[in-house]
Design a protein around this ligand. Sequence first.
Ligand SMILES: *[C@@H]1O[C@H](CO)[C@@H](O)[C@H](O)[C@H]1NC(C)=O
Length: 363
Amino acid sequence: MLLSETVSLLFCLILVLAAGSGSTREHKDLCSTCRQIVDNFNKGFERTANKNFGGGNTAWEERKLSKYETSEIRLVEILEGLCDSGSFECNHMVEEHEEHFETWWFKRKTKHPDLLKWFCIETIKVCCPKGTFGPDCNTCVGGAERPCHGNGRCDGDGTRGGDGKCSCDDGYEGDFCLDCAERFYNEERNDTFSLCKECYPSCTKCSGGTAQDCEECRDGWEEDQEGTCVDIDECSSDPFPCKEKEYCLNNDGSYSCSVCDSRCSGCKGPGPGNCLACSEGYKDEEGTCTDVDECELPDKVCTEEHQECVNTKGSYKCLCESGFQEQDGVCVPQPETEESEEEPASDTEDSPTTDKVTEREDL
Ligand SMILES: *[C@@H]1O[C@H](CO)[C@@H](O)[C@H](O)[C@H]1NC(C)=O
């Protein structure tokens, strides 16, 4: 087969499929429009229940005209309230089938009081009775009384569309919605009835609802000697599941890793008090890693002339004293011109007083 033929064949197939699903949706929409119309008809019927022709009906008029209750005037009043003016589908359907409303109102109402059944289902055939679907109103799987055995929704239920396939409720699966989904078990079951309940949270398969009823443990859980699924403590497993500068937190069914405090070099928990060792520039002070003030060390760390030491977190800086600026690694007096304070600032990113001569960066 030529490629172009294959492509056009595929294209046709897509068109057919699209048209198919479109008409299904259309049927469902038509039915819901019809239901809405009938709903509004019934509301209009109630609204007009206590009305009459309004104003001075004489006995003669009462006799001569049919009573308001069954009159054309009342029908017209009801018909006027069936659709919002903006709803094209609704207005179209009412206009198209106006004579049916008249027929029903004058001739069928007594014998067929259910307008939804008479109009939407039997006359214009856009809906089906509950529990049936599709063009011929076929019965849903499981019967019209309990579609999908009461555990799901039958596609197209109550409309002339759909394919009758069941979409099962949570906990149920299979074409008939009689099987239990994963992590559910059958508490009751026969050919037509199924009740599924959730397993104990630690199991994926079970025969009952308690921890002892597990048949298969969930990921992160394992069976102990008694056959109960218990949480695995991944944090105590070998190899350690987290990275070097992280600590591990166990939880039900899993674990998480978090980055250690920057003051720690390895840790067993959050903050500077759970360090295994201190990062460079920090020392252990009563179990907490604390910054070392390098400027207070007995051996001076800033040794150049006119330098002063500034302590930083985990490190220190050697800056030029005020009145001096850094030049080729040494501190030289600042020129005494007026612009002396501004010029060097536009020179480099660092302002003159923070020019670094020596700096140890903490990693
Ligand atoms: C299946 O079980 C349900 C609920 O217990 C019960 O009502 C029904 O009669 C049973 N059907 C059969 C065929 O046993």
